[in-house]
Design a protein around this ligand. Structure first.
Ligand SMILES: *Cc1c(COP(=O)(O)O)cnc(C)c1O
Length: 459
């Protein structure tokens, strides 16, 4: 059975505790105390659900019965929820280059893969304990709707989602705010995504409020989300039966941390590339070892408009040899001064990641190029990854397949796509009337007390 420790020194905790707490009480993020190893040979020819069970069960053992977990997975990755028989299909562009399509869930972005599972895990654990929780989360666009879809039918959860007012796309906003359920509350915050994220952190760091509301988190700081995302790196490796070079469009470092976790679990990965837009704090870090926060600039890929990547803390913890004291010192320095630097030897110790950045102009060019050459339409986030993938494919010494993650359906960002190719991508059938649906949302100032009062009076 695997226990969990906090990056800031706390623990050990069980999966159940880690799931419900989200963020550790010491302000850190939970990571498994050790990495279970994947037996790839035993997974050949298995279904997505079977692979998911094998990869994830060691992480939940002791908190969930195996048969119950299997039932939850069958429900989560069923045809009613994920509208493709492969759940996460691999689209071949040519012999070298594949797109992993992660957008067949209800909100047509990759976050459904984890959040559909998370909602069901919450319900399972909370009904067993006879408890309720209040989920508060920040979203740069896609997490919010995916979290709401994951929790809207729950009898045990009230959910409050903060989004930066005016800084998410119309489709993203409508997907969140058109849900009319008594346990679902949308807050449009007067600020940036980082302000929303800081606000959520501040609520968690207020012990009285935290226990009064029984707060819980579904942001990518929740370990269970990372766990669910490990599965598709394994399923791709099995499908291609080869060492894969993965490219991951990145914002909060969640998806790429899942790939890093797969590596720690023994998955043979040829290379791992982090792709960012012009908000390139991570790319600058991997180039220089210096983490320096700058202002956030709105781009065509808004779900990656992030300067403080919360999941990076998990990676840093490993890079520092899992020394919580050192980690604390770095995080405090970053909080106080907006920067810190790591020596090269430390970066080398954390695994072989390379980084890539692409501005908006480049994003539009890649969408157009791929459409012109193959007829395939990328969303702007996936295009940022594609640019890095094309570069890798062009490298002389490379061999083996390159897989870039398509993190959203192009119709989720129709303006950018239309600008690139002159055609507006159509929403899938289940969302075709989305833009006509009524909205339910409350405006709030960037003020902790005001938001806490709102939460308190609506639970
Ligand atoms: C959330 C999101 C990302 C960034 O993912 P992280 O795991 O936070 O790095 C990229 N693309 C899309 C479409 C997203 O919704």
């Amino acid at each position: 059975m695997i226990n969990y420790i906090s990056t800031r020194g706390g623990g050990p905790k069980s999966f159940e505790e880690v799931l419900l707490e989200g963020l550790a009480p010491d302000g850190g993020l939970y990571v498994p105390k050790s990495w279970p190893q994947i037996d790839l040979a035993a997974l050949k020819g298995k279904s997505y659900v079977e692979v998911a069970e094998a990869v994830m069960f060691p992480f939940v053992e002791g908190s969930i019965e195996r048969a119950d977990f299997r039932g939850i997975l069958e429900e989560t990755y069923s045809a009613e929820i994920f509208r493709h028989p492969d759940v996460v299909p691999l689209h071949k562009l040519n012999d070298d280059l594949y797109v992993l399509e992660l957008f067949y869930g209800p909100t047509i972005a990759f976050k459904d893969v984890a959040l559909q599972l998370l909602g069901r895990l919450f319900d399972y654990v909370l009904s067993k304990r006879g408890e309720r929780v209040t989920i508060v989360g920040a979203t740069s666009g896609d997490t919010g709707s995916a979290a709401i879809e994951g929790c809207r039918h729950s009898d045990h959860v009230d959910i409050f989602i903060l989004h930066p007012k005016g800084r998410v796309s119309d489709v993203q906003r409508k997907q969140m705010t058109s849900v009319n359920a008594p346990n679902v509350h949308n807050i449009a915050l007067d600020g940036t995504f980082d302000d929303c994220q800081s606000m959520v952190k501040a609520m968690f760091n207020d012990p009285a409020f935290r226990s009064e509301m029984n707060l819980s988190a579904v942001n990518s700081i929740n370990w269970a989300r990372i766990m669910a995302q490990i599965v598709y790196y394994v399923s791709v490796t099995l499908a291609l039966d080869d060492e894969v070079s993965f490219v991951v469009p990145t914002g909060n470092f969640g998806n790429v941390f899942a790939a890093y976790a797969a590596l720690q679990m023994g998955l043979p990965i040829k290379s791992l590339t982090v792709a960012t837009n012009a908000n390139d704090i991570l790319t600058r870090f991997f180039e220089s070892g210096e983490m320096v926060a700058k202002d956030v600039h709105p781009t065509l890929s808004p779900s990656m408009d992030i300067q403080i990547s919360s999941n990076f803390e998990r990676y840093l913890f490993d890079a520092l040899g899992r020394d919580a004291e050192k980690l604390n010192a770095f995080m405090n320095e970053f909080r106080d001064s907006g920067k810190f630097s790591l020596s090269d030897s430390l970066i080398d110790g954390g695994g072989d990641l390379t980084a890539y950045r692409l501005d908006d102009e480049g994003t539009l060019e890649v969408i157009k190029k791929i459409h012109d050459e193959t007829g395939y339409v990328l969303d702007p986030h996936s295009a940022v990854g594609m640019a890095a993938a094309l570069k890798i494919v062009g490298e002389v010494e490379r061999d083996g397949p390159v897989v870039t993650l398509a993190t959203a359906h192009p119709a989720k960002f129709p303006d950018a796509v239309e600008k690139a190719i002159g055609e507006r991508p159509k929403l899938p059938d289940h969302l075709s009337d989305l833009m006509d649906r009524e909205e339910f949302v409350t405006d709030q100032p960037n003020d902790l007390k005001a938001v806490q009062d709102f939460v308190r009076s609506n639970v």
